[in-house]
Design a binder for this molecule. Structure first.
Ligand SMILES: C[S@@+](CC[C@H](N)C(=O)[O-])C[C@H]1O[C@@H](n2cnc3c(N)ncnc32)[C@H](O)[C@@H]1O
Length: 424
């Protein structure tokens, strides 16, 4: 039997994102865009995302089931890992079908002997039965709390240790739990669009939660595709919208320089709110996407390449500088589970330095009364509240107006931090 193509596609996505460090969504797009619409696309996406979310737990089980985990080839572990994800988390696929494709693929990529080993490992997993679905199994098989958290909540141990030290046991478990499932689908309604009110009424019954801008939805209805194409709506997580509400976006004075604008997710939220926004970013490709987003939404805003460390090529001074800074992304692991296997503690330290420099340049550019808004999508105090504490102590000319942090109780699965300061 040939290996069903959904598994080959999923393994290709994983190779690109884990071995070649490609962004997960970009890898999914590159691999799946040429594939005809159909069930393979959906299953490949589910396997790639699901495996990455659960990889820590799967690797722990593999370390128990393989005779020599350290010497087992990475490709063998990857194929077994995806097959284990199917066996443990996808009830609609019969076990025999999973064993069949996985053993066939191991034989094809390695050899007959390894095919037999793969068969043995997957059968041993099945013999463990329901026990591996409960946390008690991992509590009894791991040494220490960090290792347990890492296995059960599927995360690197350094992350579990950092969160435990920063947020305590209860919060850490809630943050980790949130990383294990996909966040709700978020949509922002373009309030300047003629269809905005009708769209809001139509989406109301489907909403799980809302912000001043849009909704979190349990499903993405067909009519929303048209609304997005026509510029009446934008995909944006509700947690991202809510941090803007929490930071009082309506009070920030224009013109606003969005100095890490990226593709314009938050830029156009501010434009839709009526602000005069200028966008800059170090990445020209993203700025091109931002201009295309503007064309879709009906805005033509100034956009220019500049590094956030300055100097900015500006003749006029903005009254607000909005910094949605590059960060370690540990608050959005539910949406981008590849990050937890790529990020290191050393990267976080490098990002803290970069953020400091971006903050310093913005502080220099603002004049008296100017507003500085800082946002991250991470859970790391060094990049969040400690970064702002350090900034405030080095810059007594700034006073703090607001600070916000999304929490697990909001149930949105994503976590943002932000602060607003004003130059005296
Ligand atoms: C968190 S993302 C911004 C997301 C965007 N605001 C949105 O809501 O869609 C951070 C952005 O910072 C940009 N960036 C990274 N290093 C930078 C630097 N040194 N100066 C300016 N922008 C930088 C990245 O290209 C990326 O677009």
């Amino acid at each position: 039997m040939s290996t069903p193509s959904a598994r080959r596609l999923a393994l290709d996505i994983l190779r690109r994102t884990l071995d070649h460090k490609q962004d997960l969504q970009a890898a999914v797009d590159e691999v799946l865009n040429p594939v005809q619409a159909g069930p393979d696309k959906g299953l490949a996406t589910e396997l790639a995302y699901g495996y990455l979310r659960m990889r820590g737990r799967i690797d722990f089980l593999l370390s128990q089931l393989l005779k020599n985990p350290v010497q087992t080839s990475p490709i063998m572990k990857r194929i077994l890992g995806v097959a284990m994800y199917e066996l443990l988390f996808l009830s609609r696929i019969p076990d025999y079908a999973t064993l069949d494709w996985a053993v066939t693929l191991v034989r094809e990529r390695l050899d007959q002997t390894m095919g037999k080993v793969a068969n043995g490992v997957l059968r041993s997993l099945l013999r463990l039965g329901l026990s591996v679905r409960f946390e008690e199994y991992y509590q009894t098989k791991t040494a220490g709390h960090d290792q347990f958290l890492s296995a059960w909540y599927s995360c690197p141990q350094w992350l579990a240790r950092m969160w435990l030290g920063s947020y305590g046991k209860e919060q850490t478990q809630a943050f980790l739990q949130a990383t294990l499932s996909a966040p709700p689908l978020g949509v922002r309604i373009n309030r300047t669009h003629a269809q905005a009110e009708t769209l809001r009424e139509n989406l109301q019954p489907l909403q799980q939660d809302s912000s001043n801008w849009g909704f979190a939805l349990t499903q993405w209805p067909e009519f929303l595709q048209h609304a997005v194409a026509e510029g009446a709506a934008t995909r944006q997580s509700l947690a991202a919208q809510k941090i803007m509400d929490a930071l009082g976006v309506e009070h920030w004075p224009s013109p606003v320089l969005d100095a890490c604008a990226g593709r314009g997710g938050k830029t156009y939220l501010m434009s839709e709110q009526g602000k005069n926004v200028w966008a800059s970013d170090v990445n020209v490709f993203r700025l091109r996407q931002l201009k295309a987003e503007g064309a879709r939404l009906g805005f033509d805003i100034p956009a220019f390449r500049s590094q956030g460390q300055g100097p900015y090529p500006l003749r006029q001074t903005p009254r607000t500088i909005f910094l949605d800074v590059p960060c370690s992304g540990l608050g959005v692991l539910s949406r981008r589970p590849d990050i937890k296997w790529k990020r290191t503690a050393a990267d976080c330290a490098g990002l803290v330095k970069l953020q400091e420099e971006i903050l310093r340049a913005a502080a220099d550019l603002l004049t008296s009364g100017g507003c500085l808004v800082y946002v991250t999508c991470t859970l790391n105090p060094e990049e969040n509240e400690k970064q702002i504490d350090r900034f405030a102590s080095l810059h007594p000319e700034f006073s703090r107006l607001r600070q916000a942090q999304s929490g697990p109780a909001e149930g949105l699965g994503e976590f943002f931090y932000g602060a607003v300061l004003r130059k005296k």
